[in-house]
Design a protein around this ligand. Structure first.
Ligand code: UDP
Length: 247
């Protein structure tokens, strides 16, 4: 194969460093609760396929498959305690993902906003950046470390701190729709939508504080389907359907 033929075959990668945000529910498969190891392994494979392109990847994983602070407080728990339980749930998910990635020979570090030294590293920004430069996948756990926030906001915060070029938000559908595509056959997908429109129309991409933080720092959000095999890699290589949220 000539050099030119090889260059034509290699995908054009537009992003050097990205943050992948997935909800905790993405890890539970069809179980309705908790962790489904084969599903975690499948997502790890998707991450590996992008890592193989030479893209630096960090991740934020939610905790909703195990515990959500709001649900706990609705049942009478003190809100901040319930939120700390939610943050601890994200640490379990991060460890499960680390294990799945390391089974694929991807060096992975879990970094927690709440120090727990026997389990994972504490959050030190420069150290996290260094891991990324060394091609390690970094999983940010325990959200922002503060109650009353979500892991979407944690994702936007960390993506800014790591100077990521975009957040990839993996969901069950291939982008942002004007109404729920699982309920309405005539729902329309946006190719591009502005942060302000997402906020005004309550389009449900991420919560409002996460969107505002992305908007104020001009951080693009790419919403895509995590259920589509090869979808994450496809978008990085310039293919596939998704919605781009930008200014
Ligand atoms: N959480 C929090 N502060 C943060 C991030 C998360 O208190 O910075 C708590 C909150 O209770 C939340 C839970 O952790 O309900 C799980 O996170 P999230 O709901 O964002 O998970 P996802 O919906 O993405 O699975």
């Amino acid at each position: 194969m000539t050099m030119m033929e090889r260059a034509a075959e290699e995908p054009q990668v537009t992003y050097k460093r990205v943050l992948l945000k997935i909800s905790g529910e993405a890890l539970m498969g069809d179980q309705g609760y908790g962790l489904h190891p084969p599903t975690v392994a499948r997502i790890a494979q998707e991450v590996k396929s992008v890592h193989d392109l030479g893209v630096e990847i960090c991740m934020v994983i939610g905790g909703g498959n195990i515990f959500r602070g709001l649900a706990g407080s609705a049942q009478g728990m003190e809100r901040t305690t319930a939120d700390y339980m939610g943050m601890l749930a994200t640490v379990m998910n991060a460890l499960a993902m680390q294990s799945a990635l390391e089974a694929l020979d991807i060096h992975t570090r879990v970094i927690s906003a709440i120090p727990m030294d026997q389990v994972c590293e504490p959050y030190i920004r420069r150290r996290a950046v260094r891991h990324l430069e060394k091609a390690r996948v970094v999983i940010f756990a325990a959200g922002t470390g503060n109650p009353y926030f979500t892991t979407d906001t944690a994702a936007t915060l960390r993506a800014n701190e790591m100077t990521c070029q975009a957040i990839f938000k993996g969901t069950k559908v291939d982008g942002v729709y004007d109404k729920d595509p699982k309920k309405h056959a005539d729902a329309k997908r946006y190719d591009v939508v502005s942060y302000d429109e997402v906020l005004q129309k309550h389009l449900g991409v991420m919560d409002a504080s996460a969107i505002a933080l992305a908007r104020d720092n001009n951080l693009p959000i790419i919403v895509f389907s995590l259920d589509e095999p090869g979808g994450f890699r496809g978008i990085l290589a310039g293919r596939g359907t998704y919605t781009l949220v930008k200014g």
